[in-house]
Design a protein around this ligand. Structure first.
Ligand code: ADP
Ligand code: 3PG
Ligand code: MG
Length: 428
């Protein structure tokens, strides 16, 4: 349950409402929106505010721009797309703060919507800067926090702004929190967590906590490369986080201790698809580096079969291999529920001819297993911008039991962490 005020708890009629959303949607190389799940999920909240005759000012981030010169991370295409979804005109402000947009807001009539340019074009947003938050709040009466996917961040639009405007939860935030808390309070066991993706440092701490609550933890994507490094596997030019190697060792120790006590599996891929470049027209090969599930290893730093290092210096691990995929899909046949966040490979790379991209096989196998293709179908909760974007591209997003708009945010909620963006809202 959410013990914070929501849009239902305050008078909104005719107010100018600043709505923080997470419109950080997956884009293709040409900057086109390839998945609009995060946008569609916010529509009920917008419709509710329209019914209340509000003037609606929407703000969001997109990606992680270095500065405002990162034009490919503009929210302008999102405004256009939102027009189609909502069937009404959406005005756009080229700058999320400043006199020009202040004027635009002042001129708004009830029922009109203005979308502001990418908040992260200002480093002050992620620095949780109070002066920036004040400028953002100009000419607005209330903050409706509906950006569930970004609530694990303590940023100006999730934290500082709540000390300037009265701040309440939007309908999507309310729904996500209720659903995820219900699931986590009573998951069907065995509970399997699959964590992939590329936000390594963010998700490391979450993994540590998953060891406490899950029965099987399987890692994939760039996440697993740091664990391979920690085990002495050479990973060539793969994406990893060398600063997290110590933490990875600590997590492996914790996993090993739990595995020794009883039935618990902590799985790191034992093989992968490698290539010299992440591109459609590249040569790939499967490398088996000979590691096994932690559950089977007695003394992993001194494993009797020395780890083979077969990934060349100039190669990258870009997907899990067939043995790893089979292990994960196989374990799933015993799972009562599965929480999945993060692609297991670089799924954005399109195929030259067939339907499956060169580094998408692992992710495809895993979601097919989750959806019961191999017989058993566990309860499924999936989340993450890119993860959901991928299943959307297959037309399968509505097949899962709960699809969360949050990646890191839903993971943190699942392992029982408090989200700063929720804590900052007004109490009920
Ligand atoms: P989500 O958006 O679903 O929460 P992340 O943002 O953490 O997940 O990660 C998704 C990204 O992870 C994708 O862009 C994908 O290309 C990348 N990724 C997955 N596996 C690898 C890998 N082996 N090497 C590099 N990047 C990877
Ligand atoms: C996400 O995609 O998980 C959210 O939009 C948050 O983005 P961030 O990890 O760049 O803060
Ligand atoms: Mg992502």
């Amino acid at each position: 349950m959410l013990n914070k005020k929501t849009v239902n708890d305050i008078e909104l009629k005719g107010k100018t409402v600043l709505v923080r959303t997470d419109y950080n949607v997956p884009l293709d190389k040409k900057g086109r929106i390839v998945g609009d799940f995060r946008m569609k999920s916010c529509l009920p909240n917008l419709r509710y505010l329209l019914k209340q005759n509000c003037k609606i000012v929407i703000c969001s981030h997109m990606g992680r721009p270095k500065d405002s010169a990162d034009k490919h991370l503009s929210l302008k295409p999102v405004a256009k797309h939102l027009e189609g979804l909502l069937g009404q005109e959406i005005a756009f402000a080229d700058d999320c703060i400043g006199e020009a947009r202040d004027k635009q807001i002042k001129a708004m009539k009830p029922g009109e919507i203005l979308l502001l340019e990418n908040l992260r074009y200002y480093p002050e947003e992620t620095a949780n800067d109070a002066v920036f938050a004040k400028k953002l709040a100009n000419n607005c009466d209330i903050l409706v926090q509906n950006g569930f996917g970004v609530l694990h961040r303590k940023h100006a639009s999730t934290d500082a702004i709540t000390r300037i405007l009265p701040a309440v939860a939007g309908l999507l935030v309310e729904k996500e929190i209720k659903t995820i808390k219900d699931i986590v309070n009573n998951p069907k066991r065995p509970l399997m967590a699959i964590v992939g993706g590329a936000k390594i440092s963010d998700k490391m701490h979450v993994l540590e906590l998953f060891i406490d609550i899950a029965d099987v933890v399987a890692i994939g994507g760039a996440m697993s490369n740091t664990f391979l490094l920690a085990q002495g596997v050479k990973i060539g030019d793969s994406l990893a986080e060398p600063n997290d190697i110590e933490l990875a060792r600590k997590i492996l120790d914790k996993a090993r201790a739990k595995a020794k006590k009883g039935s618990f599996v902590f799985y790191i891929p034992q093989d992968g698809v490698v290539a010299k470049k992440a591109a459609s027209n590249t040569k790939t090969r499967i490398v088996d580096w000979g590691t096994h599930a932690i559950a089977e290893i007695e003394d992993y730093p001194k494993h009797p079969n020395p780890v083979r290092s077969l990934v060349a210096e100039d190669e990258m691990i870009l997907d899990i291999g067939p043995f790893s995929g089979a292990f994960i899909a196989g374990s799933m046949q015993l799972a009562g529920s599965v929480f999945w966040n993060g692609a297991l490979g670089v799924t954005e790379i399109e195929a030259l001819q067939n339907a499956t991209g060169p580094f998408s096989h692992g992710t495809e196998l895993v979601f097919e297993a989750i959806l019961g293709q191999f017989g058993h179908r566990p309860y499924s909760l999936i989340g993450g911008g890119d993860t959901v974007g991928f299943v959307e591209s297959k037309g399968l997003a509505d097949q899962f039991d709960h699809v969360s708009t949050g990646g890191g945010a839903s993971l943190e909620l699942l392992v029982g962490k408090k989200l700063p963006g929720i804590e900052a809202l007004q109490d009920k």
